[in-house]
Design a protein around this ligand. Structure first.
Ligand code: ADP
Ligand code: MG
Length: 335
């Protein structure tokens, strides 16, 4: 006989005493969880949902899916410079599959433990597979990193190697000619299915970055949100874009498609004044994370219509990349 709702929750999502962080005043098992942010801190809250067929393949390893469901949410906290505290999990399951649940819970809770983030509650229902996570984090009062703080003259930075997740997605679709070698496929698939949220980077950027965003819908599209909210424009130097070890074998067009409009990267794009350049580089070195200075922020003549100029050396490049929009296109739909 399959597990009932409450047994399922107790078995997979309520941690035994001594396992996992305990910081909620009231945790799992009551009608509400109760959290108490430390004195001088504000609560940062974000929600993201993953739906089967749209955000992940039905064949994905449940351990990786559990990891990703929390990772994409922690990535939002990272972009705000928030320290993770806790999260809730809204789980819609077509059936009770204990092998799947055990894998999913271990991927989810291992990442939660790594970031000292407590599962404080949730909701469990039957229906088409979907996973909703809401995360809670803390930031010093008035200290959240926002999209609106970029100023003309600021440097533009990106972490890591955006583009790998898109390369894997195209490999899944069979649209790459020649196709990816096995090592490249495994590595980029890991980037797509198991992204590492840049939480430590976000914390290090408190008081250093002027604006930040995490890249979920493509670098240029998400940069556009910073430009719009800040009322500025940007120049992006394509020669300075970081190249994943798996990209040099592709054509330049494929490289730029993946890096500039790939999506699902969960890297941070941020701005900082040029006089803080050495501090940004030192932060990257300290975290063992590649931070690339890919452009600069300029004043905008039309602040409501952000403009991003692309350069190849001294030559302008036509910007043909738009970002992903769930309601406008099906380009991200997984096969
Ligand atoms: P309610 O009826 O008050 O909405 P539920 O019966 O849905 O509460 O859930 C019982 C308890 O189990 C609550 O404390 C809720 O937060 C927790 N819970 C439910 N689903 C999950 C889940 N997927 N992960 C963690 N906790 C959960
Ligand atoms: Mg209730």
């Amino acid at each position: 006989m399959s597990l009932g709702e409450f047994d399922l929750i107790a078995k997979y999502f309520v941690r035994p005493a001594g396992q996992g962080p305990r910081r909620a005043v009231i945790g799992n098992g009551d009608d509400c969880a109760v959290l108490a942010p430390a004195a001088g801190m504000q609560l940062a809250v974000s929600t993201d949902t993953l739906v089967e067929g749209r955000h992940f393949l039905s064949t994905v390893d449940p351990v990786r899916l559990g990891h990703k469901a929390l990772a994409v949410n922690l990535s939002d906290l990272a972009a705000c410079g928030a320290k993770p505290l806790g999260f809730t999990l809204a789980l819609t399951l077509p059936r009770v599959d204990e092998t799947w649940l055990a894998g999913f819970a271990s991927g989810l809770l291992d990442l939660a433990d790594e970031h000292d983030c407590e599962l404080v509650g949730g909701d469990t229902t039957a229906g088409p597979l979907a996973i909703g996570v809401t995360v809670f984090g803390e930031v010093p009062v008035g200290g959240a990193l926002l999209r609106s703080g970029a100023r003309p003259g600021d440097d533009l930075w990106v972490s890591g190697h955006p583009g790998e997740a898109r390369l894997a997605l195209e490999a899944f679709r069979g649209s790459l000619h020649p196709s990816l070698p096995a090592d490249a496929f495994d590595a980029t698939r890991l980037a797509m299915e198991c992204p590492e949220p840049r939480v430590a980077l976000g914390l290090g950027l408190r008081g250093l970055a002027t604006a930040a965003i995490d890249v979920s819908d493509g670098l240029l599209g998400d940069l556009g949100h910073i430009l719009r909210r800040s009322g500025v424009s940007a120049d992006v130097f394509t020669d300075a874009l970081p190249l994943s070890p798996w990209l040099p074998a592709r054509t330049r067009d494929e490289q730029l498609d993946c890096i500039l409009a790939g999506g699902d990267d969960y890297e941070l794009v941020f701005t900082a004044p040029p006089e803080r350049r050495t501090e940004v580089s030192a932060l990257g070195a300290q975290l063992g994370l590649v931070l690339s200075r890919i452009g600069s922020i300029a004043a905008s003549s039309a602040p409501t219509e952000p403009c991003c100029r692309l350069w190849h050396g001294a030559d302008p490049l036509v910007n043909r990349w738009t970002s992903f929009d769930h309601f406008r296109s099906d380009v991200r739909e997984v096969p």
